[in-house]
Design a protein around this ligand. Structure first.
Ligand code: MG
Length: 668
């Protein structure tokens, strides 16, 4: 029977945990005692006095001044903000800050129950094991000098070790065992020992070590417990790296912390090299040639930049920058330029895939750091200084064909008109089946904002229902049949023309077996958009063209199939939908949602225009979207002028307001 017990779960209560600190002699076997500074530790250990060896080791670490982390380079100068102080104080009462989406923080019991799972959302349970309140406790300790934070931290740290053993059993054994404790521990280890969480602790424990090391509560015994536990974490990751994606990046970057911050471990160099190797390999795999990260999600794209950047910071602090080639730096710079292009003038981002909205202050903080690594890049400098220095790009619209992000814009300022279209590869885990969808920024506001993601996954059926709702193709600004999700396969870019009076994107997605969606977007005179959607193939049913309306009142009419916004502040739009036989089109208004952050959502309208497809003939729509400052209606007409669908191109005629009639067409 395959069974791995790395730690035996001792039935300790929380109250006894602090006294449960044990001198772990095995700590000395993990260290290179020939290292300079550890002479006294070695002598004591070899003479069999591990108590004295542990005391000497603690003395060594308290006096070690040449190693720091990017976050804390001088412990005497750390500060704490209000939120961190709150998390630190709540932690004293065992109310643990695990997730911003679940506030106020839950109480985990006087005798901490690390298996407590008040809402069965996986994130809540996983993230409990990131110990996000430990670092704030360290900041509270350093800024106040109050020992209560240090005492409590050591108690919780030991309590966690005792109650969260790494237990791994086979599925078959899990099914048949009658040992309920074994079962519960094996189940729990899936959360407590998921490599992403382990890597989070691996990084943060360096900071905790810096903050608490001088406290009397940080005893020689505790130090040995800490080192054994820390070693187990690094060892766990190097043997259990995630297969791919942002998780693997996080894990590799955090191995750099382990290898750099604790060079006393015999395996430190192996850990560091492993992190460097994975990052150098993965930047080639995960960053597409145009600079987009392959999960196709602005949030994880940004997270990946931060990971690659942080690795450079650690390398600089520890003098191994030369292990990252120039091509690594070039890729990071490409990723930043990608982000700058898809970002809106107020520094917020499209809410595509599993993205949340990143706030302006956070982004400026990122740009300020990045500009130090890329001082010659004038565009990064421009965004770091809010335009005081540097330069804007010397172009407007820009297509990223590998990632499938296409940006139309008429300017870079807040009054700009900007449309970001997502139509590319299938994408990895965080990507949604949202092919052809778009967001539009106009004059200070994002209109047609993506629905977002709201939650990830969990055991609670309600969580999964919401997950499904926000991912659904029909809850984007694109075309579906029978409101079913489309197949998650790559789109093909048939045409991308990013300059001139009429800029064009033509993209095609094999949405379902026997139904292909071709979307053609015309950006006309730098002032409005005409979108032509064609559903082609033998699949039958209702073809639904969805648009997610902004929050608030959006007057509309079924008479002529239009929506017009009615907002103060100069950012409005007029949208009207046309087809070949208007008597066959219907309009539906359903309840829609928008989520900019985890577990936060606001209601809005999910509008759709539908035509029945009861033959092999293609079904086609024309949508005209005119951004404008004033609310209210306007005269718009549009019609097909090509005599019917053709594989090789199309032609439509539009008239917008008082403008002359305009023919829009292309040939492939
Ligand atoms: Mg979405």
């Amino acid at each position: 029977m395959k069974r791995i017990y790395l730690v035996l779960a001792a039935a300790l209560t929380f109250a006894s945990a602090v006294n449960g600190q044990e001198l772990k002699s095995e700590a000395f076997d993990l260290l290179n005692l020939d290292r300079k500074g550890l002479e006294q530790v070695k002598i004591a250990h070899q003479s069999g006095d591990d108590q004295a060896a542990a005391a000497a080791l603690l003395e060594y670490y308290r006096n070690r001044k040449d190693i720091s982390t990017p976050e804390i380079q001088n412990v005497a100068k750390v500060k704490i903000n209000k939120e961190q102080q709150k998390w630190a104080d709540e932690a004293l009462e065992h109310k643990f800050f695990s997730h911003k989406g679940y506030q106020p923080s839950y109480f985990y019991g006087d005798d901490i129950d690390w298996k407590y799972w008040p809402v069965q959302d996986n994130e809540l349970r996983w993230q409990l094991h990131r110990h996000k309140w430990f670092m704030p406790m360290g900041l509270a300790y350093r800024t106040s000098g109050d020992e209560k934070y240090a005492i409590e931290w050591t108690k919780q740290y030991i309590d966690w070790i005792r109650k969260n053993p790494y237990v791994k059993i086979s599925k078959a054994e899990y099914e048949i065992t009658e040992d309920s404790q074994l079962k519960a521990d094996a189940e729990n280890a899936r959360y407590a020992w998921r490599p992403l969480e382990v890597s989070h602790r691996l990084q943060d424990q360096c900071l905790q070590f810096q903050l608490f090391i001088d406290s009397p509560a940080f005893t020689p015994e505790f130090l040995t417990e800490f080192l054994v536990n820390y070693h187990r974490h690094a060892d766990h990751i190097i043997n259990n790296y995630s297969k791919q994606g942002n998780h693997l990046l996080f894990e590799a970057q955090r191995m750099l912390y382990a290898g750099s911050f604790f060079p006393e471990f015999k395996e430190a160099e192996t850990w560091r090299q492993s992190g460097v190797k994975v990052l150098n390999e993965e930047i080639e795999k995960q960053v597409l040639p145009d600079g987009g990260q392959y999960e196709l999600c602005p949030h994880y794209h940004l997270a990946a930049i931060e990971i690659f950047y942080k690795a450079l910071q650690i390398a600089d602090l520890n003098h191994f920058r030369n292990e990252f080639p120039q091509s690594y730096l070039d890729k990071v710079e490409d990723m930043i330029m990608f982000y700058i292009n898809i970002m809106y003038p107020d520094y917020t981002n499209p809410c595509f895939s599993d993205a949340k909205i990143t706030k302006k202050n956070t982004m400026i903080g990122h740009f300020k750091k990045w500009t130090k690594v890329f001082p010659d890049n004038q565009v990064i400098k421009y965004f770091a200084t809010e335009g005081a220095e540097g330069q804007l790009p010397d172009y407007l619209s820009k297509g990223f064909k590998d990632t499938g992000y296409f940006v139309f814009r008429n300017g870079w300022g807040s009054d700009a008109l900007q449309m970001v279209v997502k139509a590319g590869p299938a994408g990895e885990w965080h990507a949604q089946p949202d092919f052809g969808t778009f967001e539009m920024w106009y004059n200070g506001k994002c209109l047609f904002q993506d629905s977002g993601s709201y939650v990830y996954e969990g055991k609670d059926p309600e969580i999964m229902e919401w997950r499904k709702w926000f991912r659904a193709t029909a809850h984007h600004n694109t075309l579906v049949m029978n409101n079913e999700d489309v197949d998650k396969v790559a789109s093909e870019t048939l045409l991308w023309k990013e300059d001139g009076d009429v800029q064009i994107l033509v993209t095609e997605h094999p949405s379902y077996k026997n139904l292909t969606h071709r979307r053609s977007i015309f950006f006309v005179d730098n002032s409005y958009f005409v979108i032509v959607d064609e559903a082609v193939g033998s699949k039958k049913g209702w073809v639904n063209l969805h648009y997610q309306m902004p929050r608030g009142e959006v007057p509309n009419s079924r008479e002529d199939m239009h929506f017009e916004s009615n907002f103060e502040g100069g950012s409005n739009f007029y949208l009207q939908c046309f087809c070949e036989d208007m008597s066959k089109m219907t309009m539906t208004k359903n309840k829609g949602w928008q989520s900019s952050d985890y577990m936060k959502k606001v209601q809005r309208i999910d509008a759709s225009f539908s035509q029945k497809k009861d033959s092999n003939n293609p079904v086609r729509f024309i949508t005209v979207i005119v951004p404008k400052e004033e609310p209210g209606s306007m005269n718009v007409t549009a019609k097909f002028t090509d005599g019917g669908y053709s594989l090789s191109g199309l032609s439509v005629q539009v008239k917008v307001g008082k403008n002359k009639k305009k023919t829009l067409s292309y040939k492939l």
